[in-house]
Each structure stands twice: as C-alpha cells, then as structure tokens.
Design a binder for this molecule. Structure first.
Ligand code: FAD
Length: 106
C-alpha cells in the first residue's frame, strides 16, 4: 500500500494549492469541476479509512466552491479535522494564502 503520510502530504499540497489559485469568481463549469474533484476523493483516495472519514466530513460540511477564499477555508477546516484526529497541531486558517499561495515555508 502507498505510504499514508507521503500520500497525505502530496494530496494536501495539491488540494490547498489548487484552492489558493482557484478563481475568486469561478464560472459554473469551474464550480462543478471542483465539486467533482472533491467528491471523487472519497471514492478513489487510496487510503480506505482516510477516504471513508473524509467522505463523512464532506457530507457533514458541503463544499464551498463559491470562490477562492471560501474554498481555501473549507479545505483548511477539513484538514484541521484530520489534524485533530491524529493529535496534530490545528492550523490557523487565516494563514492559508501565506502558506500555499506565497510559497511553502517547509
Ligand atoms: P500534513 O498534515 O500532510 O500537512 C502538510 C502541510 O500542510 C503542513 O506542513 C502545514 O504546513 C500545512 N497544513 C497543516 N494543516 C493545514 C490546514 N488545516 N490547512 C492548510 N494547510 C495546513 N492520515 C491518517 O493517518 N489517517 C487519516 O484518516 C487520514 N486522512 C486523510 C484524509 C485526506 C483527505 C488526506 C489528504 C490525508 C489524510 N491523512 C490521514 C494524511 C494526514 O492528513 C497527513 O497528510 C499525514 O499524517 C502527514 O502529516 P504531516 O504532519 O506531514 O503534514
């Protein structure tokens, strides 16, 4: 099976970076494509228990695909749920741009 931590870091990098560069005013097509991307994860993510928990989180918290700021916050909050579950530090969602738009610091 894939290394869960390496896969997780790579996937969060992709998701947070994609959210950071998502349009402030996405077209209907872009919103629908983002929803498809998010809903594909619980079905396809190759860590089954991660995927199941993420799917439950998505069901409880409908994705905010209205624009860059809302989407970045939504992914930040989902990631923080995983952080809490794993006993990791909670990330300050005011800092998503600093971390993911202006370039990584780690
Ligand atoms: P990561 O948590 O991978 O974070 C990478 C970087 O993102 C951090 O260094 C930090 O700079 C930044 N960051 C941290 N929190 C946030 C945030 N809230 N918002 C924005 N940026 C942030 N692992 C499991 O063991 N069990 C699971 O059930 C599980 N579920 C997962 C579900 C999904 C959808 C994904 C993508 C991953 C999941 N993982 C799970 C993996 C887990 O989240 C971590 O990726 C892994 O434990 C490696 O952690 P890390 O400490 O290297 O940093």
């Amino acid at each position: 099976p894939p290394d869960k931590d390496q896969l997780g870091r790579a996937t969060w990098t992709f998701l947070h970076t994609t959210a950071a560069y998502y349009p402030a005013q996405p077209t209907p097509a872009q919103r629908s494509q983002m929803l498809s991307l998010i809903h594909a994860l619980p079905a396809l993510y190759p860590c089954t228990h991660c995927a199941v928990d993420f799917g439950e989180s998505v069901a409880r918290h409908p994705p905010d695909v209205s624009g860059r700021a809302g989407l970045s916050r939504w992914f930040c909050e989902r990631h923080n749920e995983v952080n809490e579950k794993l006993g990791k530090e909670v990330f300050d969602c005011a800092k998503t741009d600093e971390r993911w738009k202006e370039g990584p610091k780690d």
